[in-house]
Design a protein around this ligand. Structure first.
Ligand code: SF4
Length: 438
């Protein structure tokens, strides 16, 4: 029996898919890459952007013929999109061959739902049910890296974002549970742990006892053995001095901070309900560089938010040049039904968004290129992650600050720390050779 999983969206979803794979493997299924051969096909969806949603509906439409030829196949739709109001109903009406619709919080029902569907009953339950992370088997596919959820949901209600409506309010996993999972992964030989949450900085505020994200970092940072600890995502308004201190105190906590700014204009940030100003953000960046001079700061930036003027956009370009992000995920604003920004006036025409995104990407590329040039001729410790599928005979890894480095393939290096001499750089990628092994 075979399963196929198509994962859309962010790191949280990729990690959820590892849990889905674990549940299916526990049920006796093996992974396959061809949906037409699968006995269970899972679509782990994302609703952050309308384009992602359209793509998912397109893929479901394409499945109709396969399902007609193989009626015993079980089709599952889960993830953020299916948690939205009306989506389960729309799927049931327009794609009646979908057997199971599950929301984000009830993966614990997956096995029961599949078994029910296989008895040819329809199953749809998008109520949120609390579950314990460690109750799920997981099929991790990313050695030497492993992801660990520390909190779920979001309380921030940025005006463009659907996440708080579909993932619910913030819920922190118990401190001891996170530590136990991390210790288990380290004992199994994982070398890089990434703590995940929509807003990791608010970890612990809903837990008893004196716990915070900084205390969690310190507790993990104390662990013995050589490993790296990363985290994402940080909301700028909640990144405390204590967290910056914790990063500087423990060498195994990476100086790599993903700090989504979204816009460099205070007025646009206000309309987005981000709850910080341009000056607040720049002051935070100064604090980070003061404590962590070699930090790699990455970000998300949106162009074309309703009301964004040319002046607002130029403020964003100026901020990009000032902060010197090592990389940025740049995207155009797209309207999400159910969010306040959907009905804001002054929606920006697509032609303007397109022109701005091109200028923003070119501005960020120039910044990345300048940073890359300063790295040529120096040595960096890199965790070798495995083959780089884009280049033959090449493997890749990351520096502590998160920069991707390519070097000559040697399978025995996977999962080991190596020192790489950087020989050349393209804008975003560094190329080098191993000069020292762990
Ligand atoms: S912080 Fe804002 S953008 Fe991030 S998940 Fe929460 S509401 Fe969405």
């Amino acid at each position: 029996m075979k399963y196929f999983i198509h994962t859309y969206g962010c790191q949280m979803n990729i990690h959820d898919s590892e849990k889905i794979a674990g549940i299916l493997e526990n049920m006796g299924y093996v992974n396959c890459d061809d949906v037409s051969q699968a006995d269970v096909a899972v679509f782990n969806t994302c609703c952050i952007r309308e384009t992602a949603e359209k793509k998912i509906y397109g893929h479901l439409g394409a499945l109709k013929k396969i399902k007609r030829d193989r009626p015993d196949m079980t089709v599952v739709v889960c993830g953020c999109m299916s948690q939205q109001d009306g989506v389960a109903e729309k799927i049931r009406e327009s794609y009646p061959f979908v057997d199971v619709v599950l929301g984000t919080g009830n993966l614990n029902l997956l096995q029961q739902a599949i078994e029910t569907a296989q008895n040819r009953k329809k199953f749809s339950n998008i109520e949120f049910l609390q579950y314990r992370e460690e109750d799920f088997p997981q099929s991790r596919t990313s050695y030497p890296n492993a992801w660990v959820n520390i909190n779920y949901g979001c309380n921030n209600f940025c005006t463009y974002c659907i996440v708080p409506y579909v993932r619910g309010r913030e819920r922190s996993r118990p401190f001891g549970d996170v530590i136990a999972e991390v210790n288990k992964l380290l004992a199994e030989g994982y070398k890089e742990i990434t703590l995940l949450g929509q807003n990791v900085n608010s970890y612990g505020h809903d837990l008893d006892g004196n716990v915070s994200f900084a205390s969690l970092l310190r507790e993990i940072g104390k662990s013995e053995g050589k490993f790296r600890l990363r985290f994402m995502t940080s909301h700028p308004k909640d990144l405390s001095d204590d967290v910056i201190d914790a990063i500087s105190e423990y060498p195994n906590i990476c100086n790599n901070i993903h700090l989504p700014v979204q816009s460099g204009s205070t007025e646009i940030l206000r309309r987005m309900n981000r709850r910080y100003t341009r000056d607040d953000y720049l002051a935070l960046i100064d604090k980070i560089y003061a404590k962590l001079p070699d930090a790699g700061i990455t970000t998300d930036i949106m162009v074309g938010f309703p009301g964004e003027t040319e002046r607002d956009f130029e403020d964003t370009l100026d901020l990009v040049r000032r902060v010197k992000y090592s990389s940025a995920f740049c995207f155009v604003y797209s309207r999400r039904k159910g969010t306040p920004a959907y009905s804001m006036e002054d929606q920006i025409p697509y032609s303007v968004k397109k022109e701005r995104i091109t200028r923003l990407i070119s501005c960020q590329n120039e910044v990345t290129k300048q940073i890359s040039a300063t790295m040529v001729g120096k040595r960096y410790e890199v965790l070798a992650e495995g083959a780089n599928p884009s280049y033959p005979d090449t493997m890749c890894g990351r520096t502590e600050s998160g920069r991707l480095v390519n070097f000559k393939y040697d399978a025995s290096l996977t999962g080991r720390f190596v020192t790489v001499y950087i020989e050349r750089a393209s804008s975003a990628t560094l190329w080098g050779s191993v000069v020292e092994e762990e």
